[in-house]
Structures are given as C-alpha cells and as structure tokens.
Design a protein around this ligand. Sequence first.
Ligand code: G3I
Length: 467
Amino acid sequence: MFSKRTLRSAAGGSGVALIAVTAALVAATTPSAHAADTPLRTLAEAKGVYMGTALTAGELTGTSASIASTQFDEVTPGNEMKWDTVEPTRGTYNWGPGDQIVGFAQQHGMQVRGHNLVWHSQLPGWLTSGSFTNTQVHDLMVKHVTDEVTHYKGEVVHWDVVNEPFNEDGSYRSDLWYNQIGPSYIADALTAAHAADPAAKLYLNDYNTEGENAKSNAMYTLVKSLKQQGVPIDGVGFQAHFILGQVPSDFEANLQRFADLGVDVAVTELDVRMATPASAANLQQQAADYTKVVNDCLGVTRCQGITVWGFNDATSWVPSTFPGQGAATPYDTNYQPKPAYYAIQTALGGGGTTSPPTSPPGGGTCAVSYTANEWNTGVTANVTVTSASALNGWTVVLTYPGGSRTVTQAWNATVTQSGGTVSATNLSYDGAVAAGGSVSFGFNADWSGSDPKPSGATLNGTACTVS
Ligand code: G3I
C-alpha cells in the first residue's frame, strides 16, 4: 500500500497502520448512508492516495461527523486555521477551533491539511489596517507562520503555506504580502514553515491552475525557480473549483509537468458547481467530471490525494458565493450520496454503481437465496437476489457467522471478500433489475475453519431475508 506515493511516509509507517485500522473499525461499526459500500478512504488508501474533505468546526457531530469520519481520511479546516481566526489580535492566538478539527481527525485516524498560512483573504483588521512598514509586515508574516506551524508541529501533514498568489494573467496578486515584501515573501514563508516543522509537506495552492494557462505557467515558473534556489517546497495544490463540464482536458498533463519538477501535487478543494435545482442530466455530467478528476490524479504518481471542499451540498460555500448555483459536492443537502459519490467510488476501484439505485428497496423488500456445493475446502456458491424495487446497479453483501473464505472465481458479478463478508457488485450487463425481478451470480471459494451459510445479507445497504 502507498508504494507509489511518498506522502504516506510523511505520516510515518504507524500513521498508515492507524489509518487503515481505524478505517476498518469505522467501516465495521458505524452506520452510514452506505454501510455496505467500501468507504472512499479505504478505496483511496488501496490506490496509494488519500481522500479528504474540508470540514468546519460546526460539522464535527451528528450525520456530518459520521459520514466525514467514515468516508474520508484527511481533513482540511474550512476556516479554522486562517489568519483571522488564529490571530484575531496581534500576538494573541486562538487555537481552539483549529485544535477541534485536529482532535476530530486524530480520533478518526484522519490526516490534517493545514489551510492556510499566508493569503490575501480572511486577514484580521489589525493587520490590514495597521499601516505597518514593509519590514514589519515581513516580520509579522514570519512570526505568524512560525508560531502556527510550531503549534501544529507533528499534527499537520500538509500545509498550504501560500494560498492564491497569482492573478489570472500570471502576474502576482497585488496584496499585502506582495505589495510590501515583494515576490520573496513566498520563499520566506516556506523557509519559516520548514524551520518550524521540517517534516511537514509544504505546498503552494491556487485555483484556475488546473489546465495549462497563463496562471498555471506562472506557478510552474515560480516552483521551478524555488526548487533551483533550494527553497523548501514539497508540493503544489490545485484547488479544482470547477464549473460543470469544464474540467480541463489537460489537467492530468498539467499535474504531470509539475510533478516532473520534483514536487508532489494534490487536488485540494474539489467541487463542481451547476445551476440549481440540479437536473438529473447535470448530476450525471457532474459524476463524469468527478470521475475525470480522480482518474487524472491517479494517473500521476506524485498526486498524493484529493480533497473535496465540503462533502455535502448543505454546507458548501458555493450557493452563498454564486447565487443560483450549487449542488457542487458528492452528497446532497440531505446527506444522501449523489451520482458524483458513486463516480468517485468507482474511479477509486470500488464496486459501486455509476448512479444511485433508482428505488432502493425498503426493509424486507429483498430476498437472497443461497445454495452451496462443498468439497474438501472448496465451495461453489450460487446466489439469487429478488428485489421488490427496480434497481440500476446493485451490491450484495453476504455476512457469514464463521469460517473464512477466499474467492477464486466469480460469474455475473465482481466478488470480493473481507473478513467475514463477501461482497458482490453487478457487471455492466446485469445492473438493471426490474421491480420484482431477480438477478443471479455465483462464485467459487476456498474456505477454512467452516463454511456455514450466510446469516445475513444486504442489497444496496438494505437488509434482505436469507434462505
Ligand atoms: O464568522 C463570520 C460570522 O461571524 C458572520 O456572522 C458571518 C456573516 O457573513 O460571516 C462569518 O464569516 C464567514 C466565514 O466564511 C466563516 O463562515 C465569511 O463571511 C465568509 O466569507 C467565509 O467564507 C469562506 C471563504 O473561504 C472566504 O473566502 C468559506 O467559508 C470558505 O469555504 C472559503 O474557502 C476558500 C478557501 O479558503 C480558498 N479557496 C477558495 C475557497 C472557497 O472560497
């Protein structure tokens, strides 16, 4: 696991084990919208990447916390580590909100992406209207970076050290930092951050840099120059705030050219916005967009992971910033997974459906018939599932009360085993099931210990009768 990518080693081997074990425990014990599905974090880890989400301190309880901790293995504080929150008064630090996010992450085996240290936005009034000299601004920046990175030393794996330094035409953004320090503020911020926590992976982060264009060219030139000067830079973040259907066709190639400079890359703030209310066709296009982003990252060895900027439409930043638009995330406003969720799941190698079930069966509305022909330590199992509701894609999970089995061959489904369960997901030709219809699949397995019949089964997360 994680052999392709270097990021995981930043957390240390034990961190990897912790994440994997915690994910397994969470998956096994926490009810979620998709208890039967393999969590995105588990699928991502198997691909050597992380799957992250932005979270704010208000989202650390209830449904939001349950889904976030089950599905994601990295968290970026939405606002809690920004300058106006962390240092609202000069030299006085407010660590509470950021610490809450870190505590949540640690409790659930998630890594933390620190966001952010130096940005033009969300700065406190004392700083923006302080009429400081250029030297004072420089020293205030270095002190803030040093103090914040020191506070979170060993707890934040990736830092967005400088956020959004460029204009669309590739010129430097005219902000406090550039205007009073000049372009060297970027190297100085990175150097201060590295001194405070040499193990943290330090990133520059920006938006509209996903394709090759004037802005990404400017970032490329900057990163190349920083590397040549020996400035400590580890990675480049691509925010990926996309408009429906507009993921640049050259995103992967662009990620690769940065990687070829000798830095890691990451998708740091992914969402795909559209006009609301969302049409079914647009949700399908959005699923295709998410698929492309995941594939683009997976196509680049140095792409460390993907973070969505909020996992649900209820708390997404989009509607308040772009009136009339929204529906940008993988979960809807009721915290139900959308086609985009299934698209991510599938792109990460899960056996998910490409769209949610059209009518998920209610309790008691599915029946599993299971027959087994055993020999020595082998078995051929045939399973027929009958669903009261029409299905557009299905996953059946069989739970065994004992023994263990290794699936060696399967038909009419992709079949995997994990611990005491066997999961089967439709193939391209048998995902559609009419209301009241049945579908059959089967598998050969080697078993050890014993090979009892399953004591439970679910169809798309809903319990079925077993006979
Ligand atoms: O905390 C105040 C609250 O006291 C006040 O009552 C309320 C009234 O509007 O505002 C609250 O502050 C808001 C803050 O989020 C915390 O909720 C700000 O108005 C609001 O502008 C701010 O928005 C954040 C935005 O950055 C600011 O630019 C979003 O939540 C946050 O998701 C967004 O994140 C950025 C990334 O950091 C960088 N990339 C783009 C991304 C989306 O804009």
